[in-house]
Design a protein around this ligand. Sequence first.
Ligand SMILES: Cc1cc2nc3c(=O)[nH]c(=O)nc-3n(C[C@H](O)[C@H](O)[C@H](O)COP(=O)(O)OP(=O)(O)OC[C@H]3O[C@@H](n4cnc5c(N)ncnc54)[C@H](O)[C@@H]3O)c2cc1C
Length: 547
Amino acid sequence: MMPRLDTHDVLNQSPPFEDVDLFASDRALVDAVTANGAGAESAALSQFGKRWGAAAMFEAARAANENTPRLRTFDTKGFRRDEVEFHPAYHGFMYESFRDGLHCSTWDAQGRRTAAPSEVARAARYYMVAQVENGHMCPITMTRAGVGALAVEPAVRDRLIGKIVSRTYDPRFIPWWEKDGITLGMGMTEKQGGTDVRANTTTATPGGEGYSITGHKWFMSAPMCDAFLVLAQAPGGLTCFLMPRFRPDGAVNGLRFQRLKDKLGNRSNASSEVEFVDAFAWRVGEEGRGVRTIIEMVQLTRVDCVISSAGMMRMALAQALHHARHRTVFQKKLADQPMMRTLIADMALEVEGTTALTMRLCRSFDLAGNDANEAARARLLTPAVKYWICKSAPPFIYEAMECLGGNGYVEETMLARLYREAPVNAIWEGSGNVMCLDVLRALSREGEAARAVLVDLVQACAGLPGAQEAAVFIGQTLMAADGEAKARAAVERLAMLAATAALAEGAPAAAEAFARTRLATPRGGTFGTADLGPSEVATLLDRALPA
Ligand SMILES: Cc1cc2nc3c(=O)[nH]c(=O)nc-3n(C[C@H](O)[C@H](O)[C@H](O)COP(=O)(O)OP(=O)(O)OC[C@H]3O[C@@H](n4cnc5c(N)ncnc54)[C@H](O)[C@@H]3O)c2cc1C
């Protein structure tokens, strides 16, 4: 029943999309989770989906992003504070994600990988959280990924791991050893270079039980983390360190925050510019092996960028379809207008591909420890998938926004926030071109294993249109003398081939349409241009959201 205002009845507005089960209402997710070994978690995931799909969560996400963090550089008497204050809603999300172990569920109490399907089960949860609030996931992601880098320095890892795998979020600004649970961040990017971290000028001088670090970082997110993996130039070359917020003697460490970035999106989270003034840090890994060490963390953060972008695309799709089912234009629901049906079905098909591919990639991480093929798959496909999915999200969300017409463009619908949030996943942790270079690097270093991955993908796509031709194009383009110049086209195809293979394994109903409209005859530059039959459209819309 629409309310009556003084001058008119409010009619034909879609109800808010909230109080939904983000798991059970998402057929593509349910199928992908089952196909990748985590089907036994369905009941728990549905419970999680209901909690995160509650109206109160959407409202808290609005509050956390409208009330952005503030840097408190000094106290009232002029002493340094270097603290960042967050809105209570942000802390609320941190409590939630900690309680469900999103920062640690893939590690055991010693910091070793937990058994399959822990990656897929965590990814399914992360995918749902990303549909509601992304900013707080920055420290959650870095905490879970940081353990990957600490593996090379067991003494440091063993000291902290108990606090890292704790499921109690503790926001107090006190030394890490006094806290119930801690978070990790990362500082690599300097003013003169983020991609080219070998150009870092920050220095590390050995002394006492650690090193003294002096220099700066141009981007260091989630500055209230309890310790940061940072890169600095030690006598033996670029080296990875763990820098705690408090020195071992209990004094505040020498991290001096200059200001917070005024960001396009990701506004509930803080990203700082920081100087290190003789800051204490432990070495992690050998001197000169900094990139090699921190890449173990970076690989995992890249996977989270993928999950986050896929989750945001899913929410944009759900918002668009939900609205179209309730809004009448020219005496007909939008969801019954032929062109709108093709458009949203084409978008749903894209999300079928991105969801299946995301969960299949996480399956590779689940299996990599005992299966060399899966390890090679994770190595080759992580940059390719990050490239394609993170780049797909912004234009996808824009199209979903347009499905809501003017309502989509205003802040009360969450599409504006999703749209601003989406580009960061492509930019940080290796921007688009850098991901393509990483695919080329994997091919040149692990050529045979990488080629075997390509063969596996084609086999999984047996009988599907365009798969064989795509594999030939990928191989020929990336191996050619001018492979670097043309890598984007091939890497995009590689990700789409992998998406087709993932669909063939988990959602065969969508695999043929995906292969036909993405591999065999690439669709036009906008959504709604794929050649889909009426029954395909109906199936895709049904799968996207129960009517
Ligand atoms: C919101 C946000 C939060 C962030 N948080 C952190 C953080 O917590 N810690 C941290 O360390 N960093 C962080 N960053 C920084 C981020 O990781 C870097 O911005 C990113 O790695 C790119 O580095 P850069 O900005 O120096 O760009 P550059 O390295 O100058 O790259 C600019 C462009 O050139 C391209 N490019 C680079 N090399 C090549 C090549 N050889 N061929 C072709 N193209 C190339 C890149 O793809 C990119 O598009 C954050 C960034 C953002 C936006």
